[in-house]
Design a protein around this ligand. Structure first.
Ligand code: UDP
Length: 327
């Protein structure tokens, strides 16, 4: 049985990856420090023989007994408000955490895939973004702690690949959504759905003419699964190129949820990227991958998930006065 270590296992993407690799008959070792992750996302795996969990912060030395075939490094705060609230941890998990895991990959002769992000492109001047684009990032802006951690992560991963011969893979993940996102993590999709469910107005930042391209989680997981098993070491964009303005997206959520609330406008956060859309030619040609789930289908599944949450979870306020973090 192949053994895989998944960091950030209790998070949104990490937990879906655990499910996928359990389904593929791997022995899955989940690791998480539970700062932003939630054990609820993986509690159904605890009774399984081929699942184990370590409560550990990968920014500190990582020890895993026995052989390891693969490492997936998905531990990191990933919503803008999270990484502004815990900026130092965000920098550490992308830099020190990645270094520790690359060291582990080297001694175990394991293949390691790191979760990079479209944030490496910053507020992009090239549209749609290809993997060749170097990006437009403000290192000292509010997003710098995340963007530069991820850029460093790519750099050290390529260095271990080139100088230590570690087998590495780099996925650049574009906005992804689906069940197990935190309802109150501040990201736009749970924010809008949460507001609709609580009977609040939907908060569009700026004029809402900035764009994003949303990928359903199952599509993303399939792309990552294929990339891990490919022989391609350079970064690959995985995302859904179906681009939409945030204002139109708010209107879609109003229609989907049937809310009678209105749209209200708030200040645009500093360095908020104006446009974002993946060019996925590489994923298509190298992995034979493209997204299959339309936004209409994916949003319906995600809305049903959020509707099933308890009143207590719905009303949990994680980011009171969060404007202070984004100005
Ligand atoms: N946004 C918004 N209202 C909200 C939350 C976010 O208009 O309540 C906007 C935000 O300014 C950004 C986009 O939605 O332009 C996506 O934000 P998110 O935090 O989901 O992720 P990002 O793609 O910026 O990392």
């Amino acid at each position: 049985m192949k053994r895989i270590l998944i960091t950030g296992a209790a998070g949104f993407l990490g937990s879906h990856l655990c499910d996928r690799f359990i389904k593929e008959d791997y022995h899955v070792i989940g690791m998480d420090n539970l700062i932003t992750g939630d054990l609820k996302n993986i509690e159904h795996l605890f009774p399984l023989k081929n699942f184990e969990f370590y409560h550990h912060d990968v920014s500190n030395f990582v020890h895993v007994p026995g052989k390891l075939d693969y490492i997936l490094h998905f531990a990191s705060p990933a919503s803008p408000i999270d990484y502004l609230k815990i900026p130092i941890q965000t920098l550490k998990v992308g830099s020190l955490g990645t270094h520790n895991l690359l060291g582990l990959a080297k001694v175990k002769a394991a293949r390691m895939l790191i979760a990079s992000t479209s944030e490496v492109y910053g507020d992009p001047l090239v549209h749609p973004q290809t993997e060749e684009y170097y990006g437009n990032v403000n290192p000292i802006g509010p997003r710098g702690v995340y963007d530069e951690a991820k850029r460093f992560q790519e750099a050290i991963t390529m260095a271990y690949h080139t100088y230590h011969g570690v087998e590495t893979r780099i996925v650049r993940i574009f906005n992804t959504y689906g069940p197990r996102m935190r309802l109150n993590d501040g990201r736009v999709l749970p924010a809008f759905i949460g507001q609709a469910l609580r009977g609040e107005d939907l908060t569009v930042f700026g004029k809402g003419n900035q764009t994003r391209s949303f990928c359903y989680v199952d599509d993303l997981i399939e792309g990552i699964y294929r990339l891990l098993h490919s022989d391609y070491a350079l970064p690959v964009n995985i995302g859904n190129p179906d681009e939409i303005t945030i204002l139109d997206f708010a209107k879609e959520i109003i229609k989907l949820t049937g809310t009678t609330q209105k749209i209200i406008y708030k200040d645009l956060p500093v360095n908020d990227p104006m446009q974002r859309q993946p060019n996925i030619d590489k994923a298509k040609s190298i992995l034979g991958w493209e997204p299959k789930v339309s936004r209409a289908e994916g949003l319906k599944i995600t809305y049903d998930y959020f509707k099933g949450l308890s009143q207590e979870e719905l009303n949990k306020v994680e980011h009171k006065n969060f404007e202070q973090y984004i100005k």
